[in-house]
Design a binder for this molecule. Structure first.
Ligand code: AMP
Ligand code: MG
Length: 498
């Protein structure tokens, strides 16, 4: 594959300090590449607090050169952007070559915690991995990723973060012409299960990749004389079990949990057809392309475990030279997934119900979920309503579930709180610290993105402010705490690959 012409190698110093250890150490998994020209780049949004943690100069990022770099049309000085190769299981079927078909890894920066993070562009133009795609992205979906990833971050859920969105001035064909855009995002890394699936079929590079991933995400394992790769696998299983438990506790539906969208770092990545539940429903699917419901809300833990099995397969030769022994070893670790997941979920549920630090009675949780499912109760609203109930205000809960249906459960819950010696108001306040009041509600996000696509950013900016303060009640934000009207929810879908 052709490298970029010399004339396009970067000259701007906007991203001083950018390094490229991935491209240097794993060149066979990358193609040096350059973003497309942006006809009329405009910075729509810049995450200044995030820029500060990366020690980036906000004024420089806002300059013509800075916006050029953030749009992908200008390469930063000193490093060579690359498109990363990866494979992946998509809806269960194996695709041997996916890769960054509309994205580029600019390089890596050190953040203020001393961690190496990737700076990556999405929507920056065609690459050798574009296959049938145009290589571009449009304003609505890029702002969607910006807002949802920042909301996830504010909720304390491991996630890639959004640095900026630049409108490119290019018309991109979707259902009609839409304004093109490039998202710049920051991630612990862009190593995916799919990166390993690709590497293992290239031969020995999988060991270099595993060593790189260990050095970057689990340096404590670096010098381990024995079982290093098995411990690495276990660390990824743990990170992902914890992550998917957080999704389940927050009502988040990722929507496209292909192995190329499953990270090694344990961060949520690739916000495409994702959504938050309004009514609790384990079968909820929002993605228009997920016709079989493979990635339905309630299937997420099982799918994640399936993805981890695909990851395990890539490590077998590193774990033991005797294939049967390698399989036995990874299977034993993979089988810890359920217990790890349930442990994280139970601990999170205990906190949501004001019973933190104590083992929670599983039927108490299951019976609440059964009630919520039967009544199509708003997931986010219920836990805040339960705290209000403890403060002596029954109105919010009465709006969600018929009192006579939930009364027996409430008695059992109050009994559990008493057994644990919890005082009502203090418990309610603690619950409010873990149960968000504001999440990106599908109808509001949809409306904000439509306005932004038409050039009106104010509703987006307002929604972003609200969802990045998910726990602080403000009277003027009351509209943002309510679920979508039923007529919206009944037909709402999100679209992938847009
Ligand atoms: P995603 O669904 O965004 O995780 O992408 C899955 C695969 O499709 C990746 O290899 C992407 O690079 C590729 N892809 C998605 N959209 C486009 C596009 N517009 N042009 C080229 N490749 C794309
Ligand atoms: Mg992806």
């Amino acid at each position: 594959m052709a490298a970029i012409p010399d004339s396009q190698v970067g000259t701007t110093n906007v991203l001083a300090g950018l390094e490229s250890t991935f491209a240097d150490e794993l060149g066979t998994l990358t193609v040096p590449w350059q973003g497309a020209e942006a006809p009329d780049p405009t910075l729509l949004i810049l995450n200044e607090p995030l820029a500060a943690t990366l020690q980036l100069d906000v004024e420089a990022l806002r300059s013509v050169d800075g916006v050029g770099v953030l749009s992908g049309s200008t390469a930063p000085a000193g490093v060579q952007p690359v498109a990363m190769a990866y494979a992946g299981h998509q809806f269960g079927g194996y695709a041997p070559l996916l890769g960054d078909g509309r994205a580029l890894l600019l390089g890596e920066l050190e953040n203020s915690d001393g961690q190496r993070v990737d700076l990556h562009l999405k929507g920056s133009g065609p690459t050798p991995f574009s296959r049938g795609g145009d290589g571009f992205a449009v304003v609505g979906p890029m702002l969607r990723e910006y807002l949802v990833s920042e909301a996830m971050y504010a909720l304390g859920i491991p996630t890639t973060r959004a640095l900026s969105v630049v409108a490119t001035g290019r018309d991109v064909r979707r259902t009609g012409a839409e304004p093109g855009a490039v998202l710049a995002r920051v991630a612990a890394s862009h190593l995916r299960v799919g990166t390993f699936e690709y590497a293992v079929r290239q031969g020995e590079v999988v060991q270099t990749l595993a060593d790189y991933a260990i050095a970057r995400h689990h340096p404590e394992l670096t010098g381990l004389p024995e079982n290093r790769y098995l411990r690495f696998f276990e660390a990824v299983v743990e990170a992902q079990a914890s992550l998917v438990a957080r999704w389940m506790l927050t009502g988040f539906v990722h929507g496209v949990m292909n192995t190329d969208n499953t990270t090694i770092s344990g961060e949520t990545i690739d916000y495409g057809p994702c959504a938050f539940l309004d009514a609790f429903d384990p079968a909820a699917v929002f993605s228009s392309i997920d016709r079989g419901g493979r990635y339905a809300f309630g299937n997420q833990p099982a799918v994640l475990k399936w993805n981890l099995a695909r990851f395990a397969e890539t490590l077998l030769a590193l774990i033991d030279s005797t294939p049967d022994d390698a399989i036995t070893a990874v299977t034993a670790v993979l089988n810890t997934f359920d217990e790890r997941y349930h442990g994280h979920y139970a601990a999170g549920m205990a906190a949501k119900l004001g019973l933190a630090d104590k083992p929670i009675d599983r039927p108490l949780v299951d019976d609440l979920l059964t009630l919520m499912e039967a009544h199509g109760t708003d997931w986010t609203g219920t836990f805040r309503a339960l705290a209000d109930e403890l403060r002596g205000n029954p109105t919010p809960l009465d709006g969600l579930v018929p009192r006579e249906q939930i009364s027996p459960w409430l008695e059992r819950w109050r009994g559990a709180l008493t057994t644990h010696g919890r005082e009502a108001t203090a418990t309610a306040n603690t619950m409010d610290g873990v149960n968000p009041l504001y999440i990106p509600r599908n109808h509001q996000l949809d409306a904000a993105l439509r306005a932004a696509t038409d050039g009106e950013l104010a509703p987006f900016e307002k929604l972003l402010e609200v969802v990045t303060h998910p726990f602080d009640r403000r009277d003027e934000w009351s509209d943002y705490a309510t679920p979508a009207p039923k007529v919206f929810s009944d037909t709402f879908q999100t679209f992938c690959g847009t």
